[in-house]
Design a binder for this molecule. Structure first.
Ligand SMILES: Nc1ncnc2c1ncn2[C@@H]1O[C@H](COP(=O)(O)OP(=O)(O)O)[C@@H](O)[C@H]1O
Ligand SMILES: [Mg+2]
Length: 230
């Protein structure tokens, strides 16, 4: 039996047999504003409240910005942080340099200290911008994931990409799961959707499921159809 980690995102776990594989690395792919950061933080908050400490590694926004952007959802991020259930870590490009030279110790120290079970890397795109060749971009991202694997934490990594899910990239093959978020024009409006492109050892939904971002975060509608009105 594989062990699963429920995301706690309403409607979503049902579409992946109850949750993500424990210790797996999952890509969250989507264009700007598609809900990647919200999805990831919601995964950590639900974990933190269920006794699984989370770490949010941001290469884009600093801790304060992150908390401020997500404040409308009233998830109590600051309280969770005070209680040591949620750790927010912002790394500037200069930090990343030190961090690589020290084999990612600053990150792994946090994982050990707080017994972190869920990790978010936001975003792979920003992290990889530090490196000049495709080879280095790949190697350093893999090193990061490899280092986390030892601790059996379940990892979400965001990747900024257009919504053409057909463009497979190498990372898609290496990750255990690939989840795509959409914000697509439907007539004169846009509709949000979520799709599981791949998830190892999982009988997952094969449809683009509608989702929305409401006052308490993301809700997924696994039984509704994206292309009809919901
Ligand atoms: N309080 C809110 N209520 C509803 N929708 C929101 C709220 N806050 C942000 N959003 C929507 O979420 C989008 C940002 O989501 P985010 O997860 O930051 O995107 P990404 O990380 O993919 O760029 C915004 O562009 C907006 O459409
Ligand atoms: Mg984001």
């Amino acid at each position: 039996m594989v062990e699963r980690v429920a995301t706690g995102i309403p409607g979503f776990d049902k579409s992946i047999q109850g949750g993500l594989l424990k210790g797996s690395s999952n890509l969250i792919v989507g264009g700007p504003g598609s809900g990647k950061s919200i999805f990831c933080m919601q995964f950590l908050v639900n974990g933190a409240k269920a006794g699984e400490p989370g770490l949010y590694v941001s290469f884009e926004e600093d801790e304060q910005q992150l908390v401020q952007n997500l404040s409308p959802f009233s998830w109590g991020l600051e309280d969770l942080a005070k209680q040591g259930k949620l750790v927010l870590k912002y790394f500037t490009p200069e930090h990343i340099d030190i961090f690589i030279k020290s084999s990612m110790d600053p990150l792994l120290d946090v994982v050990r200290q707080y017994n972190v079970r869920r990790v978010v890397i936001d975003s792979a795109t920003a992290y990889q911008m530090m490196f000049d060749t495709d080879y280095k971009k790949r190697v350093h991202l893999l090193k990061l994931l490899d280092a986390l694997k030892k601790y059996e934490a379940t990892v979400l990594i965001t990747t900024e990409r257009g919504t053409s899910a057909d463009e497979f990239e190498l990372m898609d093959f290496l990750a255990n799961g690939v989840i795509v978020l959409y914000n697509i024009r439907k007539g004169s409006e846009r509709g949000r959707g979520i799709e599981i492109l791949k998830m190892r050892s999982t009988k997952h939904s094969q449809r683009i499921m509608p989702m929305d971002i409401g006052s308490s975060g993301i809700t997924v509608y696994p039984d509704a159809s994206f292309y009809s009105d919901v």
